[in-house]
Design a protein around this ligand. Structure first.
Ligand code: AMP
Ligand code: ZN
Length: 115
């Protein structure tokens, strides 16, 4: 499949791995917008949040479990943000479901900037 993140999971494109289990892969974002910027993706191809269904939703819980584990390991005690962009208006650029873990600085909140 011609999907950037499927290629990263397969090892065909290099990435800096932060976490991996049977269902989830996490790696450093190549263009970080916060001191901590990690992407969490399912190992199965799901195109985005709008493609989550009763049949494939279990992996979303596994991703959030992985996020909590990594946040604890990185001692993100002062807080973190989890973001998923879905579709054009939200600025989704890679059509494989991914959750951004952002941390390491105080973050504002607006629909325009996100961070
Ligand atoms: P989004 O804009 O929400 O679809 O997020 C896609 C993210 O993937 C962006 O933050 C990019 O910086 C990141 N990205 C794109 N290519 C790579 C890559 N090869 N390795 C790591 N992160 C990437
Ligand atoms: Zn994919």
């Amino acid at each position: 499949m011609d999907c950037l993140f499927c290629k990263i999971i397969a090892g065909a494109i290099p990435s800096t791995k932060v976490y991996e289990d049977e269902f989830v892969y996490a790696f450093k974002d190549i263009n970080p917008i916060a001191p901590v910027h990690i992407l969490f993706i399912p190992k199965t191809h799901i195109s985005g949040a709008s493609a989550v269904t009763a049949e494939n939703a279990e992996v979303v819980g596994k991703i959030f479990t992985a996020i909590a584990k990594v946040a604890a390991e990185l001692k993100l005690e002062s807080g973190f943000r989890v973001v998923t962009n879905c579709g054009e208006d939200a600025g989704q650029t890679v059509p494989h479901l991914h959750f951004h873990l952002l941390a390491g600085k105080p973050m504002g909140w607006s629909a325009e900037s996100g961070v």
